[in-house]
Design a protein around this ligand. Sequence first.
Ligand SMILES: [Zn+2]
Length: 115
Amino acid sequence: MNLIIIGLILLVIGISKSNRKIEKNKINHDISNSSFKKPLITHIDENGYRRFNKTNKLVHRWIMEKQLGRKLYRYEVVHHIDRNKLNNSPYNLQVMSREQHNKIHEEYLTRIGAI
Ligand SMILES: [Zn+2]
């Protein structure tokens, strides 16, 4: 009688142990599939701008489009006010024509004595 009970206890322990193993494997599997293991959805291109991996779209242009609620025209340039190409905060972005943009950068380079 006691042996049967011990047998049942061992069986139950055995089952719960193997269940735990499955649980652990499941957790490990979940961790390996979790977002921090996933590759980043953006990357920095050779010019120092952040782009979406999937579409290769420039993030700062995409943010400006969301701000404006429309697509940007090709002739529209999105300028980084603080000159930090990676600061894509909407407050740091300004939309302008290519001419205006060139002028701003020339003025800046002159001011800092680069040209
Ligand atoms: Zn600029």
